[in-house]
Design a protein around this ligand. Structure first.
Ligand SMILES: *[C@@H]1O[C@H](CO)[C@@H](O)[C@H](O)[C@H]1NC(C)=O
Ligand SMILES: *[C@@H]1O[C@H](CO)[C@@H](O)[C@H](O)[C@H]1NC(C)=O
Length: 355
């Protein structure tokens, strides 16, 4: 049965890829705010001094406007969740958003960033979740000034959709890089997961206190299955680096109950958890290996101006770490229409937007 559900996800994703769902209705939410890392960044890092950038070819080969700073070949799951919610435009980055646009939402996400402020430091500039929330606070104040009616602004913010997809770099660009960061010398995976989730809990409550109510929190993918980690650590005969997946699951296992607690403690809070590990178990059904689609550099990013694999719909990873547009599509579609409560709980996004 789980396999059947996976196959259904896959069929939905194919339909979505073909544009079958793109019948434009009325937007299901008036606004959409995006927080996180390179999984949902759409160009905030372009002007930063960092190696965590994707504003060059072959990133964006399948994106209508080409290269934008998205860390994949096409749209991200954040873009697709917007499309599935019938929004008519992609959400602008915080780096480029204008006063006229802020009432419809902002994308604050930054590649290399995480829950802990020091995460991703060795890559260069990045906007940690804490700083993304600072930016959001400024945007909320600006919106209040422009709308000149606090009651109206608060009602508006409570109807928006918010997604938060972060934590991967707290492993990839922190805990799993002992040459640059002390965390793995200091903490067991269990202790580290507790530290991350405690910090994340304060950050999610801060988002709630800034007026957010409909909040989608993504769990972490099986990071031990990324081509870069497999290359770096080896799999001793398994398909993935199981020790990494186990460490990451400690985080996921603490995050889900946190979401339930926040919902329980705050009557109007509508947080929901997306089990990306479950959605990604598709990886175990497909026969092909976990190899990147582009030619990668030592850091796992695509090499500049190289060619990519011709059939990108058959590839899970675009570079050493990042999913292809098609994998983004499977995650977005399963989060929006959850065929199993394992994918999204307590709500899938389709129901969340209607609450
Ligand atoms: C402010 O907004 C609220 C909620 O939309 C509305 O009921 C109220 O009339 C507005 N106040 C003013 C002064 O426009
Ligand atoms: C996510 O789904 C997997 C099954 O694929 C399950 O083992 C795990 O417990 C789930 N995680 C959470 C936090 O619910």
């Amino acid at each position: 049965l789980p396999q059947l559900t996976m196959v259904n996800c896959y069929i939905f994703a194919v339909l979505m890829q073909l544009g079958i769902f793109l019948v434009f209705g009325k937007p299901q939410v008036p606004c959409y705010f995006i927080f996180g890392d390179s999984l949902v960044d759409s160009g905030n890092n372009n002007e930063l001094v960092t190696t965590a950038k994707a504003n060059y070819q072959p990133y964006g080969v399948d994106f209508p406007q080409g290269v934008t700073g998205r860390f994949t070949n096409g749209r991200t799951m954040a873009d697709m969740i917007g499309e599935l919610s019938d929004l008519d435009e992609f959400i602008p980055t915080h780096a480029t958003v204008t006063d006229q646009q802020i009432s419809k939402g902002v994308n604050y996400a930054s590649g290399g960033a995480g829950i802990l402020p020091e995460t991703g430091r060795h890559l260069g500039g990045r906007i940690s979740l804490e700083r993304q929330l600072n930016n959001h606070k400024e945007i909320v104040s600006q919106l209040s000034r422009l709308q000149e009616n606090t009651t109206f602004t608060n009602e508006h913010l409570s109807k928006c959709l918010y997604i938060v997809n972060t934590g991967s770099n707290d492993y990839i660009n922190n805990y799993l890089r002992p040459n640059f960061y002390k965390t793995s010398h200091m903490y067991t995976p269990y202790q580290y997961a507790s530290i991350l989730v405690r910090q994340y809990s304060l950050q999610l409550k801060r988002l709630y206190n800034l007026g957010a109510r409909k909040i989608v929190v993504f769990g972490l993918a099986p990071i031990g299955c990324t081509p870069a980690e497999i290359h770096y650590f080896g799999t001793s005969g398994n398909k993935c680096v199981e020790s990494i997946n186990e460490a990451v699951n400690q985080f996921n296992d603490k995050l889900k109950p946190l979401i339930d607690d926040i919902n329980h403690d705050n009557e109007d809070a509508k947080f929901t958890f997306i089990n990306v590990t479950h959605i990604s178990s598709l990886q175990k059904v497909v026969p092909w290996p976990n190899v990147p689609c582009c030619e990668v550099m030592v850091d796992g990013q695509c090499a500049h101006k190289t060619t990519t694999c011709p059939i990108r719909i058959l590839s899970i990873y675009y570079d050493g770490f990042h999913p292809t547009e098609f994998s983004h599509n499977v995650i977005a579609t399963s989060a929006y229409i959850a065929l199993s409560p394992m994918n999204a709980s307590p709500y899938d996004i389709r129901h969340l937007v209607q609450l």
